[in-house]
Design a protein around this ligand. Structure first.
Ligand code: ATP
Length: 211
């Protein structure tokens, strides 16, 4: 039975809204891949949460297409439609369960997250099961208090038996929110997103209004 499953020993999982995907996401994943010897990084754009539609999260198929274009030149990067196909909210625990069905029992899972997300892990559905099923690789983010991140990592280790490691690289002061605002106000986003993503944003008139 297990022979039918995808054999891979260390899988990185980069989940996000990716609205749009930017160089921060790509750099973090690439540095994590090398530092933690990951065989592959799976980018998983979220479905469109119904409650977010009101304030204009870009439809999931467009976020998926941008993500696909952004990662295509890296042979270690792959995209998964797992959450997009479901639409609505998909919890990390459900995604992890799905991935465990696809990959071999020997596969180790690593969630790649930013420092802001680390502070939310405790509030995730079945947080303890999630962190027992995968390690957390954390990239500090500007605006996050490093000592708070370290305290949170320690707390997750102690209270939930989590494996939390920090990824080492330069601070990346880029966010999807900032990129959307820049497009809205006519400011350049060149070099903040890959060229194909920039082109996609303009040709599909994304982020023109703040809706
Ligand atoms: P938004 O500004 O819309 O909230 P975002 O830039 O945070 O978006 P997401 O798609 O929400 O992007 O992020 C996916 C994951 O990548 C999250 O865990 C987030 O913390 C992490 N991340 C995004 N940008 C950075 C960055 N510059 N440094 C470190 N982590 C980042």
């Amino acid at each position: 039975m297990n022979n039918e499953k995808t054999q891979l020993s260390r899988l990185g999982i980069a989940g996000g809204t990716f609205d749009p995907i930017h160089i921060g996401h790509l750099i973090i994943a690439e540095i994590a891949r090398q530092e933690f010897n990951l065989d592959k990084i799976l980018f998983i754009p979220t479905g469109t949460p119904p409650h977010k539609m009101g304030y204009g999260v870009t439809p999931s198929y467009q976020r998926y297409e941008m993500t696909k274009a952004a990662i295509m030149d890296n042979p270690y990067f792959e995209i998964s439609a797992l959450e997009v196909e479901r639409e609505g909210i998909t919890y990390s625990i459900d995604t992890l369960k799905e991935l465990k069905k696809i990959y071999s029992d020997k596969t180790e899972f690593f969630f790649i997250i930013g420092g802001d997300t680390l502070l939310e892990v405790r509030t995730w559905k079945d947080a303890e099961k999630v962190v027992k099923g995968c390690s957390l690789l954390v990239y500090s983010r500007p605006g996050c208090d490093k000592s708070r991140e370290e305290a949170e990592a320690e707390l997750l280790r102690r209270n939930m038996g989590a494996s939390v490691y920090f990824i080492h690289g330069p601070m990346l002061d880029v966010s999807s929110t900032d990129i959307r605002q820049r497009v809205m106000t006519g400011k350049t986003i060149r070099y903040m997103v890959p060229p194909m993503v920039e082109e996609y944003i303009y040709s599909n008139s994304l982020y023109r209004s703040g809706s």
